[in-house]
Ligand binder design. Sequence first.
Ligand code: BGC
Ligand code: CA
Length: 336
Amino acid sequence: MAQLCFSRMKVFRSVLIALIFIFLASCSSDEELKIGVSVYDFSDSFITEIRNAILESSEGDIPVTIVDAARRQQTQNEQIEKFIEEGYSAIIVNSVDRTASWVLIEKCRQNNVPLVFINREPVKDDMAKWDKVYYVGAKAEDSGIMAGEIMADYWFSHPEADRNGDGILQFVVIKGETGHQDTELRTEYFIETLISEGIPLEKLHEDTGRWTRSGGYDVMASFLNRSGNAIEAVFANNDDMALGAIEVLQQNGYFNSSEFMPVIGIDGTPAGQAALQNGLLLGTVFNDAENQGKAAYNIAKELAEGRTPTSESIGYPIVDNQYVWIPYRPLAGQED
Ligand code: BGC
Ligand code: CA
């Protein structure tokens, strides 16, 4: 009898200890969760908007640590390794080089740390390597089509846009970083849209401004040097480069008098929208940083808490199990 009582007590004691452990674990688990974020360049205006959206989403929720890869893939790889070593529960990455994403996917898969890519889309084969990998972005081709439509509308409603009256639109393109899906697809679909609108085209020049305002300035300065007033329109792959181009155009007498130059950007950043209001930017395409940041955070949070994200739980539709697409929206200024 005494023995039975003793062994019951032992069972009771071990159950109690187990319960205490479970209780302690459940109390502390959410506090210990943390999300690591690495972006390609802190000085990029659009990425800064996404960063702010991620930060805002994390307020009062799982905390984030955001680091700058400063355009070096090697630095980013080390940052991700450090997040893994330090026990981060999920990681959000804006890769420096999207074709190198497989390295990060492999590292995270081996350590079972889920990964959410933003803004720079890994190639399909890499995305297929693991099911705890997601991508949040916008359909690059849509932005190219919308930019092309803004240009076509202007061309058809402003006969003077054909400066030399040859019926052909002579234009230049200031591209983003080479190899970025937004650079290649925005340019391709902008041109295709104009062709399908039946506008005869001549591309005078194209060069990369690396997404930056100073890059846009330099590239436009060199286009103006080479072709001067033969240029009839400018398509920049983002607003920052468009603003750099506008600056050099202003220094060359455009906008001040009757000399207008149609310049189209993409993003609809605060500075881009201000230029649109001032009649300097002909049009832009709104790239929704806030919702991209929110969606990425919500996915990372679900994954960090050990759940499989669903459209309902994150508040954005997930397609093909791994993708969230945030739509673009055209923004055209008042003409004339
Ligand atoms: C944005 C650019 C930005 C780039 C960075 C693009 O989607 O339109 O402004 O520089 O992403 O990857
Ligand atoms: Ca012409």
